[in-house]
Write a protein that binds this ligand. Structure first.
Ligand SMILES: Nc1ncnc2c1ncn2[C@@H]1O[C@H](COP(=O)(O)OP(=O)(O)O)[C@@H](O)[C@H]1O
Ligand SMILES: [Mg+2]
Length: 277
């Protein structure tokens, strides 16, 4: 049987977040919560588009909490296959047993399933979710030859980093059009400073300086950086500063160095940041 594999070999990272615990802090940036709640009411899949570190994953955690649904997250990468999502036979002692994958589990219990970076996954993943994204709302378990109907509360969410940068994969129109799409981008300076303060208890005056640096670098399009300063990088810098690392060093290691390996650009960005912090 070609589906037989050892118990430990699953190559997809996934996490299940239950409803216990505090609601994640999320600063709304627009109408995303309202749209999501309506999409959930209509059980229309939602696609979160936007550059890395702009709050997509945080938003899903927050809204799942608000809707009181368990959340199952799958971080997709080049090796993520439909088998990783649907399930497989595993060997347990002398027996072979079927184990539901995270997608099958979500479909059965009525969870929100979040496919993070969906475009990275193998094409068979997209094929597997098609029947869940249209009127059929069912999942075909190919290895069992079974079709299961999705629980009434099941919902599919995916995130995607649009292909305006080299190296990122595109998502086919036939797939995109199965979702309503919400765009994420860098927050306004005021919102971003508030996020930093909330995330790290950093002083507002320093948070504002970090946001100033970020916006300055974001506007330096002529540097040709593949990715620019995300809120995530700023949060890291803010944490390091709050924990006592000198500000300039924190900005250098958390903001400048992760952006580029070009020595000249690194030095000029570091100089710019030194002046601003
Ligand atoms: N709107 C927001 N509200 C609260 N935190 C945010 C927000 N946007 C970004 N963040 C912060 O930035 C970090 C990265 O966001 P994340 O959701 O992981 O980004 P993405 O999934 O878009 O790559 C979060 O851990 C959080 O600290
Ligand atoms: Mg994410």
């Amino acid at each position: 049987m070609d589906t037989l594999i050892k118990k430990s070999s699953t190559n997809t990272e996934n996490t299940m977040t239950s409803l216990t615990g505090d609601i994640p802090f999320y600063k709304p940036l627009g109408k995303e919560e309202e749209v999501f709640k309506h999409a959930y009411g209509c059980r229309i899949p939602v696609l979160l588009k936007g550059p890395t570190g702009t709050g997509k994953t945080r938003f899903v955690g927050y809204v799942a909490h608000k809707l009181n649904r368990p959340l199952i997250t799958i971080s997709c990468h080049e090796e993520t296959s439909s088998t990783d999502l649907i399930g497989r036979f595993i060997i347990k002692g002398a027996e072979t047993i079927w184990m539901d994958g995270p997608l099958t589990k979500a479909v059965k219990i009525g969870a929100i399933l979040y496919l993070d970076e969906i475009a990275e996954a193998r094409p068979d993943v997209i094929v597997a979710i098609h029947s869940l994204t249209d009127h059929r709302k069912e999942l075909y378990l190919d290895k069992l030859g079974e079709t299961i109907k999705a629980h009434k509360d099941f919902m599919l969410v995916a995130s995607f980093n649009p292909g305006y940068q080299k190296g990122f994969k595109e998502l086919k129109p036939s797939t995109r059009q199965r979702f309503v799409a919400l765009s994420f981008n860098y927050p306004s300076p005021k919102d971003e400073a508030e996020i930093l303060v909330n995330e790290t208890q950093l002083e507002m005056s320093v948070a504002k300086k970090l946001v100033g640096i970020a916006n300055r670098i974001r506007n330096l399009t002529e540097l040709g950086l593949t990715e620019t300063v995300s809120t995530r990088l700023l949060v890291d810098a803010a944490k390091l500063i709050h924990s006592g690392l000198p500000k300039r060093l924190a900005v250098r290691v958390a903001v400048v160095e992760p952006l580029t390996d070009d020595l000249e650009i690194t030095e000029s960005l570091a100089d710019l940041c030194d002046l601003m912090i």
